[in-house]
Design a protein around this ligand. Structure first.
Ligand SMILES: *Cc1c(COP(=O)(O)O)cnc(C)c1O
Length: 393
């Protein structure tokens, strides 16, 4: 049986149960104190880095406000996210436009609002930036291969080959922009710390080549996100990541580190949220079938999109978990009329055999990429609601 206390303390769990008992399911309950604790831990482990929270992971205004008050900056991917962040009074010089896929008119919108920090990975985008955000700081995103070791890879679609990055930096200068640095993202929930080593080495190679051949001195490395949240599959501690990454940086850059930026999403908010679901129905496909199908009121379209390919395996707790409770394998599925809406079939969760329809199932570590990733109303099911649990911090 999963040990719930490996993920959340008894105190926090009991406070959560009290707070949530009358809430209608499905919903997500966020404990802001956990976000605060995660932020402090990251800041203390990477004291030399500036943190840009990746807003897409959880754009709830309470989460953004808390992080803003802690001193975080923000990585924003669309004008809609920008509006949310600015509406909270966050200054534009704490915001970067980190999406390499953008319309020229959206670049103009960011510029008009005061944002001066833009990511790019293509010539066309760079020309759009030069035309609509003159003299702004540019960082070029490098392609990194991470499809096998990250649980939620971000490869292929973003970034460019180092040769192209080199050209883009020169082109940025020639277009009157400020070539500021390089970025990469080693893949979300990246459980192989060694992936940062290779990526950092690439940045070093480009820093040196650009300085020697073009007299361009880049100032910044944006190391993206990728740090883990605690799910079913084991990951190293954040402290291990910090130690190793520091070593890679010093190996390549010595004591004079460039300005380092981190863009965490999942690791800051993942374990702050619990998704509460109710069992809608339990059935077997024939009388002798070994596995029960457990259908929930939450699925791929209203919060659990990251179960695609069973990529993210949430720790699941039920209201019937007791030491010694008899458990059996189940197939877990969502409520919609789409057969893609199966959560876990290959990976067999074991749930108590006396779990009944109408009872609750809790997905732990569901604070990242859940509420922000839900359909507007597929099959009429509304997007999942978020509640912020009061917790004096
Ligand atoms: C999604 C994203 C992040 C956050 O990644 P996590 O793995 O959730 O920490 C950071 N930077 C960029 C550019 C992203 O697209």
């Amino acid at each position: 049986m999963l040990k719930r206390v490996d993920y959340i303390t008894d105190l926090e769990w009991n406070r959560f149960l009290d707070f949530s008992q009358d809430l209608e399911t499905p919903c997500i309950v966020i404990n802001p104190y956990t976000v605060k604790r995660n932020y402090i831990q990251l800041r203390d482990l990477f004291p030399y880095a500036q943190i840009y929270y990746a807003v897409k992971a959880n754009p709830d205004p309470a989460v953004l406000t808390l992080l803003a008050n802690m001193g975080s900056s923000f990585d924003v991917a669309s004008r809609y996210e920008l509006d949310i962040v600015l509406a909270l009074g966050i200054e534009p010089d704490r915001i970067s436009y980190g999406n390499t896929i953008k319309k020229a008119k959206d670049i103009a919108y960011f510029y008009e609002k005061g944002v001066r920090m833009f990511a790019t990975d293509s010539k066309e985008d760079l020309r759009h930036i030069a035309a609509n955000a003159p003299a702004s700081c540019i960082y070029v995103r490098l392609l990194v291969e991470n499809s096998t070791t990250a649980d939620w890879p971000l490869s292929r679609k973003f970034g460019c080959h180092p040769d192209m990055a080199y050209e883009l930096i020169i082109m940025a200068r020639d277009l009157g922009l400020t070539p500021y640095g390089l970025s990469f993202h080693v893949g979300s929930q990246q459980r192989d710390i060694g992936q940062w080593d290779e990526a950092i080495t690439r940045t070093k190679y480009l820093f040196s080549a650009l300085e020697e051949d073009e007299d361009i001195k880049l100032a910044m490395i944006n190391m993206g996100g990728g740090f883990p949240a605690p799910y079913r599959e084991a990951a190293n501690t954040l402290s291990d990541y910090a130690t190793e990454i520091k070593r890679y940086l010093i190996d390549d850059f010595g004591d004079e580190l460039p300005h380092i930026v981190l863009e965490p999403g999942r690791s800051l908010v993942g374990n702050s949220g619990i998704l509460i679901s109710e069992v809608v129905q339990i059935s077997r496909k024939n009388n002798t079938a070994l596995n029960r199908w457990v259908y929930l009121d939450v699925g791929k379209f209203n919060g659990l999109i990251e179960t695609l390919d069973e990529s993210i395996k949430y720790p699941i707790v039920t209201s019937k978990d007791m030491p010694g409770a008899k458990e059996a394998e189940v197939i877990l599925a969502g409520p919609t009329c789409d057969s893609m809406d199966i959560l876990y079939e290959k990976y067999k969760y074991r749930l108590p055999v006396d779990l009944k329809t109408g009872e609750r199932i809790y997905f732990l570590s569901a604070g990242a990429y859940t509420a922000s990733y839900a359909a507007v109303g597929f099959n009429g099911f509304p997007p999942i609601k978020t509640y912020i649990m009061p917790w004096d911090t």
